[in-house]
Design a protein. Structure first.
Length: 270
């Protein structure tokens, strides 16, 4: 495959064929959460403004569709509603995805910490305006609701610009992911927009073997202490009304990883 690829250093090796796609989709669509998750698994997508959080939810929902029909039910990009300060939830079967404003616009470091903590604990219902949000833990309006407790967090980065993050933003991210870890919430990193790295579309199936991506994972791991095995990549670019098999499998592979690890945690602790 040439010097731009290194199979030996790949952190993930998903299989790309019809059978694998069907197996992933069936597992996720038929999944029944353990009792500790009530009736759903809550996955929070968290990242900077423009990182691709909302687009990633659309990709997940499209990949989960039986026919891979694309959806844009979550506002993205230049859509004014995509910049809404509201915390929003999108449920499909037993999976619920939570979307919120970029963490770089949620106030100072202390405010970010308090907002994230309360969201993780299930104190913040869908539809809450985070710009007018009280982080007072004793506020009766924000009691813990088991249906809103977050079980997994996906930190979203634009894979092309993550190397240019300021030292301050990287330190904030490190602190935020530490909070998630301390709450015993499963966490991963998803790098979006790998289409812009320069790898041809015919080689998207071996994206994890691409050296430029591997180098980015190594750098992020060294900066934050997070393991490369919990770092993934996704493409939110589609052609027409259907999501291609490769991009579909990449998305579902990420979701399966989160669901299996969350499920494993609850089975061990029950």
């Amino acid at each position: 495959m040439g010097s731009s690829f290194s199979k030996e250093s790949a952190v993930h090796r998903p299989t790309f064929d019809d059978r694998s796609l069907e197996t992933l989709r069936r597992y996720l669509c038929d999944y029944n959460p353990p009792k500790g998750c009530v009736d759903r698994i809550n996955i929070l997508l968290y990242g900077l403004v423009g990182a691709g959080k909302s687009a990633t939810i659309n990709t997940f929902l499209s990949a989960l569709d039986q026919h891979g029909t694309t959806t844009n039910c979550v506002p993205t990009g230049d859509d004014p509603s995509s910049l809404s300060p509201q915390l929003k939830a999108y449920k499909l079967n037993s999976l619920q995805f939570w979307d919120l404003s970029g963490w770089n616009v949620l106030g100072d470091a202390d405010q970010k910490t308090k907002v994230l903590t309360m969201i993780l604990e299930g104190r913040v219902p869908s539809g809450t305006n985070l710009q007018h949000f009280s982080t007072d833990l004793h506020n009766a309006k924000y009691l813990v609701d088991p249906k809103n407790v977050i079980h997994g967090v996906a930190f979203i980065f634009n894979i092309n610009t993550m190397d240019n993050m300021s030292k301050e933003l990287m330190e904030q991210f490190t602190d935020l992911q530490t909070i998630v870890a301390q709450k015993y919430v499963y966490r991963i990193v998803i790098g979006t927009k790998f289409d812009l790295l320069g790898i041809s579309e015919k080689n998207h199936y071996c994206i994890y073997e691409y050296k430029r991506l591997q180098e980015k994972f190594v750098k992020l791991s060294q900066s934050t202490g997070m393991e490369k095995r919990i770092m993934f990549t996704i493409s939110n670019q589609w052609n027409g009304n259907y999501i291609e098999q490769t991009k579909c499998i990449l998305a579902l592979y990420i979701l399966e990883n989160m669901v299996r690890n969350i499920d494993k945690y609850f089975k061990v602790t029950q």
